[in-house]
Design a protein around this ligand. Structure first.
Ligand code: MG
Length: 385
């Protein structure tokens, strides 16, 4: 038995959110609200989850559970639902329990962690935000008076408790209660206040769903992919080297099947790498004569287009050229501008720099040029992974 369990209360039939399914079952950002809520607790490291549901929802709730998680049928009121879950845990009691509204899918790992930390020193702890707006009393659309807001908080969940203490409090409680903190306080428990979060709101009205959709989509877009690329080309006969799309004057040229733009090749491979899509040789086989002497921007554009197709945009990239000669410094700005143009990125997202290898190795002997590149890709939020 884990030291801490979480009860997710999702038995309500809430209709204020508009017609259709109860709010915890409505789809937001491609998944039921309750599914997001369960994920939030799993991501925060909770493994013992008890989901309190309406008896009609048993089948659809079962589909969301991970192994070891439990369904409990709730009652007509929230108090009865929480009580049922506590009683279900009672035979093998955890040391502590978190009780959370199923319709708060945006609860952060930090909010959960703060409640857990506070339970080390208090029998109960819950997140809340201080009231910052002025408070009025009003009826019929008219202000009738004001009220001081000092010391007032907006309560959130998860509310955390010593398990035995909250079970005892629920067993002796009668009548309605706004939340479990009210029940705990009625039993004489001290309740610590931990930091709440504006995003940890309870989906209640139709507009809340649009807000949750936006926030969850943004979080989903935090799917970040990193790739690296490395390439080498040797010097040979010729005048000038194509490097990152710029023809740099030099007494020799780089040899290769295409224009031998070693920097652009490394960068292209970094993008393919971030997509787990192989490398340039796989997409543009050197055995295919149509790529002989090809401008390497064809390869780079292909990688960028492939990223877009797969739902990614390039957040930034960084290319390092390794050579003694030609000197890269005077051309670095032009290379940055050219790569940014090819990738349709702002230049600030493209870095080109260079180093020598202290006259060591093949680059030090000026036999060729090496290049390394890193690319960071972010899911653009339009694609549902
Ligand atoms: Mg190459």
């Amino acid at each position: 038995m884990d030291q801490i369990a979480a009860i997710i209360v999702a038995a309500g039939r809430g209709t204020r959110a508009g017609a259709g399914l109860p709010k915890q079952w409505r789809s937001v950002a491609g998944r039921p609200v309750l599914d997001w809520t369960l994920q939030a607790f799993r991501r925060a490291g909770l493994t013992q989850l008890v989901v309190v549901i309406h008896p009609d929802d048993r089948a659809r709730a079962g589909a969301l559970l991970a192994p070891g998680e439990m369904l409990v049928e709730g009652g007509a009121e929230r108090v009865a639902s929480v009580r049922a879950a506590l009683e279900a845990l009672a035979p093998a009691p955890p040391a502590q329990v978190l009780i959370h509204d199923g319709a708060r899918p945006l609860v952060s790992a930090q909010v959960i962690a703060d409640v857990r930390a506070a339970l080390a020193d208090a029998p109960a702890a819950a997140p809340a935000l201080p009231v910052v707006d002025a408070l009025w009393r009003g009826t019929s659309g008219e202000v009738q008076g004001t009220a001081p807001r000092d010391g007032l908080f907006r309560a959130q969940t998860p509310q955390g408790f010593d398990f035995a203490a909250i079970l005892r409090a629920h067993r002796t409680h009668s009548g309605p209660a706004a939340d479990d903190v009210e029940i705990a306080r009625a039993a004489g428990l001290r309740v610590a206040i931990t930091p709440g979060c504006e995003d940890n709101f309870k989906l209640t009205y139709p507009a809340d769903f649009a807000r949750a959709e936006r926030l969850l989509t943004e979080r989903h877009a935090m799917d970040i992919r990193l790739g690296n690329g490395y390439d080498v080309h040797r010097f040979g006969e010729g005048a000038g080297c194509w490097l990152c799309g710029v023809l740099v004057p030099h007494s020799r040229a780089l040899q290769g099947h295409s224009d031998a733009d070693v920097g652009m090749h490394a960068l292209t491979d970094a993008i393919y790498g971030a997509l787990a899509e192989g490398d340039i040789g796989q997409h543009f086989p050197p055995s295919d004569p149509q790529w002989k002497g090809a401008a390497s921007e064809i390869f780079l554009r292909h990688a960028v287009d492939l990223a877009a197709q797969k739902g990614y945009r390039i957040a930034n990239c960084d290319v390092t050229l390794v050579c003694e000669m030609p000197k890269i410094g005077p051309h670095a700005k032009a290379m940055q501008a050219r790569l940014a143009q090819i990738m349709t990125l702002a230049p600030e997202r493209v870095s080109v720099k260079a180093t020598t290898s202290e006259r060591l190795g093949f680059t030090g002997r000026e036999e060729g040029i090496a290049a390394l590149a890193t690319a960071c890709l972010i899911a653009d939020g339009k694609v549902d992974a």
